[in-house]
Ligand binder design. Structure first.
Ligand SMILES: [Zn+2]
Length: 303
């Protein structure tokens, strides 16, 4: 499942390849996604300018302005409305991935499970689609999807409005986390996975951060001292930043601009290592179930 670092890797690639381009052709599949891709997406977005790509938690937010002066081929409705500031929200779900093909490097055939294809170009004069930049959302299990939101309404969107603070933002520190989990009787592991407490942390990096901070995943969230909580927020930021630097861990088929595969294995200390020796004390790593999720930890190093 793509986690925050993978989504951030995709965001960086998308922004570097797509920013400033004009959308020429949008193709959607007829397969139903968990968050269905709106059927009128092609009409809404054709001629729009990609202003940038942002990330909120594990969502990609593509800012698209429709009706800007450099878009000539707008529908009558689009030009009558002047500029519409859209935000195209993409979620990669359990198995989603994004591929980006620069001009003249297109695959000859659409792949199975390609659900959304956005073709974009620097100007609108070239109708040779091989010269376009192509972005493809592929999702075999279809747990992801796309939503089109007016940018001004984005903070009120049901998927975004309840999200907690971004863990890599300056506002998120020990004090902020301590406040968010005050009085909580759940385990610290479950608290970290609660998207209202902090946005975008998944099972892999919650496990790794707790290991790095020396905190047992079973520890009751509300009872942990501020100094240990500070160590934990520092560890979360550290594991996420290192994973982003490595290009993410689980997006096996993320094709980077130029065609190379952006798949790098980051060294994980506990996640997926049940029974293997702890890298620090050599004790076997333990696996337990917490709220239906697997938690990996070292019973010696994490208290
Ligand atoms: Zn250990």
């Amino acid at each position: 499942m793509p986690e925050l670092p993978e989504v951030e890797t995709v965001r960086t690639a998308m922004e570097s390849q797509m920013k400033g381009l004009i959308i020429r052709k949008v193709i959607i599949s007829d397969k139903r996604m968990r968050w269905p891709i709106p059927e009128n997406l092609p009409e809404q977005l054709n001629g729009g300018v990609i202003m940038g790509v942002r990330r909120r938690a594990k969502y990609l937010l593509i800012d698209i302005d429709v009706g800007r002066g450099n878009s000539e081929k707008l529908t009558q409705e689009q030009s009558a409305n002047k500029t519409t500031e859209w935000c195209l929200l993409l979620h990669l779900g359990m198995s989603g991935s994004v591929r980006i093909y620069p001009p003249d490097h297109h695959p000859t055939q659409q792949q199975k499970h390609d659900h959304l294809i956005i073709n974009a170009d620097h100007d609108q004069s070239n109708d040779m689609d091989t010269a376009w930049t192509k972005m493809v959302l592929n999702d075999p299990r279809r747990f992801g999807g796309a939503q089109l939101i007016k940018r001004q309404d984005q903070d009120q969107h049901p998927l975004l409005r309840a999200l907690g603070t971004e863990p890599l933002g300056n506002q998120w520190n020990g004090e902020a986390l301590k406040k968010a989990i005050k009085g909580r009787k759940t385990s610290i592991k479950s608290a970290l996975l609660d998207q209202r407490v902090v946005a975008g942390i998944g099972n892999i990096y919650a496990s790794e951060a707790l290991y790095q901070a020396g905190i047992s995943p079973k520890r009751q969230a509300g009872k942990i001292s501020i100094s240990r909580i500070e160590a934990l927020t520092g560890a979360v930021k550290d594991v996420l930043r290192r994973a982003i630097a490595a290009g993410g861990t689980s997006l096996r088929d993320h094709v980077q601009p130029g065609g190379e595969i952006g798949y790098f294995v980051q060294k994980l200390h506990v996640y997926g290592r049940e029974g293997e020796a702890c890298h620090h004390c050599k004790s076997p790593i333990k696996l337990i179930r917490q709220s239906g999720r697997s938690s990996f930890y070292c019973p010696q190093c994490q208290r």
